[in-house]
Design a protein around this ligand. Structure first.
Ligand code: FES
Length: 83
């Protein structure tokens, strides 16, 4: 499953680098149970609330401090669904 993380300037200021580092670490830790592909993305036009993360057609807003919880509660759950 593909996860796009915005690296546009607004999301960069809100901590996209930290979000990517957390997702990268957790993706490696869970590679046996979940097929997750992380990619950077340019601005998604949703700059106002936090780092934009797109999974399928949904855009979420993730704060660096919430990235670990988001990974477990949203990314792993979505990765378990059929594509
Ligand atoms: S810079 Fe990330 S959505 Fe615009």
């Amino acid at each position: 499953m593909k996860v796009l993380i915005c690296i546009g300037s607004s999301c960069h200021v809100r901590g996209s680098k930290d979000v990517i580092e957390t997702f990268t670490r957790l993706t490696k830790e869970h590679r046996d149970v979940a097929d997750i592909e992380l990619s950077g993305s340019f601005c998604m036009g949703a700059c106002s609330k936090g780092v934009s993360v797109k999974i399928r057609e949904n855009i979420y807003h993730v704060k660096p401090g919430d990235a670990e919880d988001f990974f477990h509660e949203v990314i792993l759950k979505e990765a378990g669904k059929c594509e």
